[in-house]
Design a protein. Structure first.
Length: 286
């Protein structure tokens, strides 16, 4: 996209294109804007951190002694190590509400129209928001991991497998932010966006192995849970962390959880990045 300035004589002078392209340049600018917006509302960060911590503590201490995990039946310490990766992934899934509600709120306040009036790449608004949301998601991951360590969760396979699991989670989180953008662009206001964003999140997060092994579910429900990206990422993270994984079946996603998790993230990006940019451009025409 060409950008021009005015010379003293009043003639437009083209600004040299950055070597990394206008789309990336504009994306960096909008990322800075969304990051400042986030840090200036500390309540948003605080409540975003409280929710996953509450989930972790409640499931660890309320249900941990009742859910059977381990050769001797219910073992609270084993369940906590099983639980923490699932809560981390579940938190990433719920973080999709950030871009969903944020985009709808910006549209209602007229901020999106201001962005459209600027000479900037159409994808920059969306990429800037997704990167800013990802930064907040990484902070939440680190905090929940710290709480997990406090209640007895441990990483048994060393730093490199931990880094691999963390990278898988970050990649999945970034892919989900684009899903949130696509949903948010279709919402008339932030109230509807907050409701619509939760409708599909609850079955995806709870019909999974995030909290209980898939084998504990009814037989007819297990195929959905096995292929659920929350399940595959939870299982892949537990395997890399060296945490208990429960009873593992013979299905392809259970036997190749890391590969399927990567494929899910790539597929979500390939589908929802162009869909989101296209929807943004179409709304621009309106």
């Amino acid at each position: 996209m060409a950008v021009t300035t005015s010379s003293p004589a009043g003639m437009p002078v083209p600004v040299p294109r950055p070597f990394y392209g206008w789309a990336l340049h504009d994306g960096i600018v909008t990322t800075r804007r969304f990051m400042l917006q986030t840090w200036r509302v500390p309540e948003l960060i605080f409540y975003g951190l409280v929710q996953p911590v509450i989930f972790l503590v409640l499931f660890a201490y309320v249900f941990g002694g009742a859910i059977g995990l381990g050769p001797g039946g219910a073992d609270a310490s084993l369940y906590r190590e099983f639980l923490v990766p699932g809560v981390l992934v579940q938190n990433l899934a719920f973080a999709v509400m950030g871009p969903t509600v944020g985009i709808a709120a910006d549209a209602g306040k007229g901020i999106m129209d201001r962005f459209r009036s600027l000479p900037m790449a159409p994808s920059a608004v969306l990429s800037g928001r997704t990167v800013a949301e990802l930064a907040r998601g990484i902070l939440t991951l680190l905090v929940v991991m710290g709480v997990g360590l406090a209640i007895g969760w441990r990483v048994h396979n060393g730093f490199l497998p931990w880094l691999a699991a963390f990278g898988l989670m970050v990649f999945f989180a970034y892919a989900l932010t684009w899903v949130g953008c696509w949903v948010g662009l279709g919402m008339p206001n932030e109230q509807v966006a907050s409701t619509a964003g939760l409708i599909w999140l609850f079955p995806v997060t709870f019909i999974s192995s995030a909290f209980v092994p898939v084998t504990s579910m009814p037989t007819w429900l297990q195929p959905f849970a096995q292929w659920n990206p929350v399940s595959t990422l939870s299982h892949a993270s537990r395997d890399l962390f060296g945490n208990p994984v429960g009873v593992i079946g013979t299905s392809f996603p259970e036997q190749h959880a890391v590969l399927v998790s990567i494929l899910w993230s790539v597929a979500l990006l390939l589908v929802f990045v162009p869909l989101s940019v296209r929807k943004y451009r179409r709304s621009q025409v309106r």
